[in-house]
Design a protein around this ligand. Structure first.
Ligand SMILES: C[S@@+](CC[C@H](N)C(=O)[O-])C[C@H]1O[C@@H](n2cnc3c(N)ncnc32)[C@H](O)[C@@H]1O
Length: 221
């Protein structure tokens, strides 16, 4: 079961997205852990009138950008704290809707057909793919895009891993589970679940002291 307490703790120590990026834009799409880096919303191939769902939307910055492209942007997250920040910052944007829900439960319950589903260091990382992928594929229209990003697997550490979220010095850290695989294995997993055209790559980090890249995975229903 998803630990909402852990994610609320995480939310309180997270940095907020800047007001303006290096290009002077007030909204933008970022797949990576680095500012002003990597591809943008074109990965999702959506436009005016598309319906897009983000799994684990956090504070909603990527969804806000999608609304500027004319998309109906839906976001779900288990953290009340994250969603409160999302509503404060982006709640005025037409076409944006965020809801407190667990990703698999939400996808199981909605009747809507989606043009794209995505997750940036979000619920797709923290949910067993054997549970998540069937419900994502069921809700996507034929040809609709599923894409997600997160840190790459550490060599030799594949499948379900423990991730620690620290609280305070006198409390044990909270634990959430995440699922890590190498790019080639993600392509196989997506194909096993009926997705087509799967690609998975590690985007290199930008020049500077940090060297960990970003896994970016994309496939179509
Ligand atoms: C590391 S944060 C990333 C947030 C955001 N996507 C970003 O790029 O800043 C992970 C987010 O996923 C949410 N999350 C984790 N598991 C989830 C699940 N099963 N269903 C919905 N949200 C989930 C957490 O509450 C948290 O807001």
């Amino acid at each position: 079961m998803t630990d909402t307490l852990a994610w609320d703790v995480y939310a309180k120590r997270s940095k907020q997205r800047r007001l303006v990026n290096a290009a002077g834009q007030t909204t933008w799409f970022n797949w990576t852990q680095y500012p002003d880096h990597g591809p943008g919303a074109e990965i999702l191939a959506v436009g005016p009138g598309s319906t897009v769902l983000e799994l684990g939307c956090g504070t909603g910055g990527n969804l806000a950008h999608l609304t500027t492209l004319g998309a109906h942007a839906l976001g779900v997250d288990v953290s009340t704290a994250q969603l409160a920040t999302a509503k404060d910052r982006w709640g005025y944007m037409p076409g944006l809707r965020v809801e407190r829900a667990e990703a698999v439960a939400y996808l199981t319950e909605i009747g809507e057909e989606l043009d794209a589903v995505f997750s940036v260091f979000g619920a797709a990382w923290f949910t067993d793919p054997n549970v998540l992928l069937p419900v994502v594929r069921k809700r996507l229209r034929p040809g609709g895009v599923f894409a997600f990003s997160h840190r790459p697997a550490i060599e030799g550490c594949y499948g379900c891993q423990a991730a620690y979220i620290s609280c305070s010095e006198d409390q044990d850290p909270l634990v959430v589970k995440r699922w890590d695989y190498e790019p080639e294995r993600w392509v196989e997993i997506l194909s096993e679940h009926g997705f087509t055209g799967a690609t998975a790559e590690i985007l290199p980090a930008p020049p500077g002291p940090r060297t960990i890249g970003t896994l970016l995975v994309r496939a179509q229903a």
